[in-house]
Design a protein around this ligand. Structure first.
Ligand code: 4NP
Length: 167
């Protein structure tokens, strides 16, 4: 029997910029490592403003320039998602606080992680947030890709260090 795959949900505010970026970059890293069958990735937002929307055009354009396709329709993270996922990975500390509130002290709380804690250099420097690029320029989106890619590398390494089934 194969071990069940680890299921990861990346969470930002709108689910149109940062978390779809993390989903696409992590999927690429996982597939490049030959682990596509072992790690399932998804994303969601804590807010509902953009539910049903495609990824932000600026994030999609940055992805295209790097050969990374962003997919999906925005959805809002639900309390039931704490049961559907093993790791719930927040893009910034506000997302983390909102997720903790939603977990209401239940078992889901232990599944919440902050993405940049998986990047040792960022964590060491206390740079724990992936900055929200929505109201800024294109350079903010390039920066999000760089920061998220570094952290996804660390996240994959952390998964590989743990014994299956990675829970
Ligand atoms: P995201 O970016 O949380 O990275 O998807 C945002 C998208 C939309 C808004 C804020 C942030 N907004 O205020 O509509």
């Amino acid at each position: 029997m194969p071990d069940p795959p680890v299921r990861i949900c990346f969470v930002c505010l709108g689910n149109i910029c940062r978390s779809p970026t993390a989903e696409a970059l992590m999927r690429r890293r996982v597939e490049d490592a030959g682990l596509g069958h072992r790690v399932h990735v998804d994303s969601a937002g804590t807010g509902a403003w953009h539910v049903g929307d495609p990824p932000d055009g600026r994030a999609a354009a940055e992805g295209r320039s790097r050969g990374i396709a962003l997919h999906g329709e925005a959805r809002q993270f639900q309390h039931s998602d704490f049961e559907r996922f093993d790791l719930v990975v927040a893009m910034d500390r506000q997302n983390q606080a909102d997720l903790r509130r939603l977990a209401r002290g239940g078992a889901g709380e232990g599944k919440i992680h902050l993405l940049r804690n998986f990047d040792p250099a960022a964590a060491e420097a206390g740079r724990l947030d992936v900055p929200d690029p929505y109201y800024g320029g294109d350079e903010g989106f390039a920066r999000v890709f760089d920061l998220v890619d570094d952290a996804c590398r660390g996240l994959l390494a952390a998964l590989l260090e743990r014994e299956p089934p990675w829970r």
